[in-house]
Ligand binder design. Structure first.
Ligand code: ADP
Ligand code: MG
Length: 228
């Protein structure tokens, strides 16, 4: 397996009114292609901050980030969004679906953001159906997100994250808003995707879920205290 991600001595601060919060402290981390990584830690330990900088959604103050063999420490906003659109899929705790759009349109959305590519309508429709089928909800394509249960909405959000065929899926507490039965359903979908060679980085504070992980990173007050 080759390295997909390498972080070297990453530090990040949040600037507060008259102080600074040292939110990530000398983070060193290697993630290989095909890994299923869990980032664990108490609320406020810096999990979301770390995930967001891995996903080019946020910046860090010093250190080095290599992605897919390339130094991505200093990129323009355009280059960052191109990496996001080409290689990454995001899943959030609160699903972030748009209720004014149908389920099919929600899943299609990332394809419309992709710059410089004009994917024909038919091809877009084919892909929407393919990924709705992956999450077992093809029959819901025309409905609206609010007509679905929480677990179904998260499955739609997973289909949306997959539509660009990303290398890497970043998930921030994807089961945090779900009951335990639905949680297992979502974890089984993620497990299957990982077996099909998607790299997954997932934030959770649920110890029960570490059984799905190939690597568990423990964060405490912005520091990695243990990797197993
Ligand atoms: N935009 C921000 N500005 C200032 N402080 C922030 C900001 N975002 C998060 N923090 C603080 O940084 C710390 C880590 O937050 P976060 O990464 O969200 O932790 P976690 O996801 O582990 O709960 C917390 O103390 C939080 O209050
Ligand atoms: Mg968080």
């Amino acid at each position: 397996m080759s390295n997909l991600i390498e972080l070297t001595n990453i530090n990040k601060y949040y600037k507060l009114k008259d102080s600074k919060l040292h939110v990530l402290k000398d983070i060193n981390l290697t993630i290989e292609q095909g890994d299923f990584v869990m980032i664990m830690g108490k609320s406020g330990s810096g999990k979301t901050t770390l995930l967001n900088l891995l996903g080019f959604l946020d910046h860090f103050d010093n250190g080095k980030y290599e992605f897919n063999g390339k130094d991505v420490t200093h990129l323009s906003e355009n280059e960052r969004s191109e990496l996001r659109n080409s290689y990454l899929g995001f899943i959030f705790q609160q699903f972030h679906l748009i209720d004014a759009l149908s389920i099919g349109q929600n899943v299609e959305l990332p394809l419309l953001y992709k710059e410089g590519t004009d994917i024909p309508k038919k091809e877009r429709a084919r892909r929407v159906e393919k990924y709705l089928e992956t999450v077992g909800l093809l029959h819901k394509e025309k409905q609206s997100p609010s007509q679905l249960s929480g677990g179904q909405q998260q499955r739609i959000a997973i289909a949306r994250a997959l539509i660009n065929n990303p290398y890497l899926i970043l998930a921030d507490e994807p089961t945090g808003a779900l009951d335990s039965k639905t949680r297992e359903e979502i974890m089984n979908i993620l497990k299957k995707l990982n077996e099909e060679n998607k790299t997954i980085i997932m934030v959770t504070h649920d110890d029960d879920l570490t059984k799905y992980a190939s690597k568990v990173i423990h964060l405490k007050d912005g520091e990695i205290t243990k990797v197993d």
